[in-house]
Design a protein around this ligand. Sequence first.
Ligand SMILES: *[C@@H]1O[C@H](CO)[C@@H](O)[C@H](O)[C@H]1NC(C)=O
Length: 312
Amino acid sequence: MLCLFFLLLTSCIHPMPLSCPPCCFIHLQLELSTAQMIHQARRELLEEMCRSYTRKRRVLIPEDIKHLIVDDQHGLLYCYVPKVACTNWKRVLMVLTGDGRYSDPLDIPANEAHVPGNLRTLSEYTTAEINHRLRNYLKFVFVREPFERLVSAYRNKFTRNYNTAFHKRYGTKIIRRYRADPQPEALEHGDDVSFEEFVRYLVDPQTQLEEPFNEHWERIHSLCHPCLIHYDVVGRYETLEQDSRYVLQLAGVESQVRFPASGKSTTTSEDMAAQFFRNISPLYQRKLYNLYRMDFLLFNYSAPAYLKFRFS
Ligand SMILES: *[C@@H]1O[C@H](CO)[C@@H](O)[C@H](O)[C@H]1NC(C)=O
């Protein structure tokens, strides 16, 4: 068999060549080989979906790569997606690029991880440097079930009283536009947006004509362009621990840094998302599904069973 023959001829050296066939993991643990097969299948499915559902290829523009964080020491490119463990991934990358300044990711305050300038993004480089990195670095992204991510964004930005910036910036506008008879305080503070109002804001064509979606609810495919950038690893929030370990193993840094274990009890689950969608009419559920459809298709998420409209 060709596979076996390949096994005899090569042994994977670190960092593992990502082009190597799934059978060349001779000296790696079984776990790693299983992971490699899972990730290969995910990449193939993504590629197939890209072929079926996206239009012609185009070249990348600087705007497309501003979510890609660069680690030049270890040859990593990470596309960060808000509400998909991105604080912890930024912390890990700060440890890796920090020249010994940090050792434990959790020592880094969450707000510090989001300070622009603490990490470099690919858009800061020259065209030649960008191409070199896209060609040679380990590229990865983490995705999440689109509606769980959306409900998570809603809960985080609109139901916590400390997020006054989002209330002012988006909440006041949403209430002004979609609430029938708003109270003056609601119009002023924008701090009691309902999920239903938020959904109306999202599916209103006017919204995206005015400005791009905020990154917390922008679709993953619009933030990370997985049909233009060939990610080596598409990690999933649902298997965050295994997928993160796999990335750190591929990068050869598992002895330097550990991905923080999730200590969160507030994570949005499917049941919770179902609760939020209960008040949304079938018409708006359908509109919202169409809005996030590419994220469902590209990343192999099926339409949630709690949706009340029929797929044609
Ligand atoms: C896609 O999802 C289905 C259903 O959850 C699963 O059985 C299948 O293995 C997934 N495919 C890939 C490539 O991950």
